[in-house]
Design a protein around this ligand. Structure first.
Ligand code: AMP
Length: 186
């Protein structure tokens, strides 16, 4: 059975998605193994399975808004928002959003950066799902969760395509519901 037909039959085991993730050593700097998800995006069946699996823990819980983290989080987040019948809120790098913003500074595995949201992006008490491609150290996601709470939202959970478990991001997000599809131990 190919992946396209599997989506209509039963969910593929998650390790099957791993073959659509490509390791790029020493990108964007020496020592980092970049997880390239473009092969997964390019395969319609694998992408459909991925979005369906990302949504499944949250279907029975009302989600008002999905927050996607620039830039690969936009791709997965927008598709998840559509599938959950929720709105989509882009969290953008500094200086990109046109209206009044609120922001957080955070550390990446390989950089320091800032993310911003429009101050009126969420309704008070909105039930929010945060979506990104990779959970590494958890610094980005933790900062985003704090930003959501600062603007009056309620973090229902976080969903990632990939979790780099050896970087212990999950510990940093202790207390939040966190779900990932593909786990790498090293
Ligand atoms: P962190 O804040 O350390 O959890 O880093 C998560 C963010 O950095 C996500 O937005 C990812 O897109 C990106 N990222 C971190 N490490 C990697 C990696 N090894 N491969 C691809 N993206 C990564």
């Amino acid at each position: 059975m190919n992946v396209s037909s599997a989506v209509f039959a039963k969910p593929a085991p998650m390790p099957a998605l791993g073959k659509y993730v490509r390791d790029i050593p020493d990108f964007p700097k020496p020592g980092v193994v970049f997880k390239d998800i473009t092969p997964l995006l390019a395969d319609p069946g694998a992408f459909a399975i991925c979005i369906d699996a990302l949504c499944s823990p949250w279907r029975a819980r009302r989600i008002d808004a999905v927050l996607g983290i620039e830039s690969r989080g936009f791709i997965f987040g927008a598709a998840v928002a559509h599938a959950l019948d929720a709105g989509f809120v882009p969290l953008r790098k500094a200086g990109k959003l046109p209206s009044k913003t609120i922001g957080v500074d955070y550390e990446l595995e390989y950089a320091v950066a800032r993310l911003e949201a429009h101050v009126d992006a969420l309704e008070p008490g909105a039930r929010v799902l945060i979506v990104d491609d990779v959970l590494a150290t958890g610094g980005t996601a933790k900062a985003v969760a704090q930003l959501v709470e600062l603007v009056g939202g309620n973090v229902v959970g976080l969903a990632f395509v990939i979790e780099l478990t050896f970087l212990n991001g999950r510990q940093r997000l202790d207390g939040y519901d966190l779900y990932s599809l593909i786990k790498y131990q090293s």
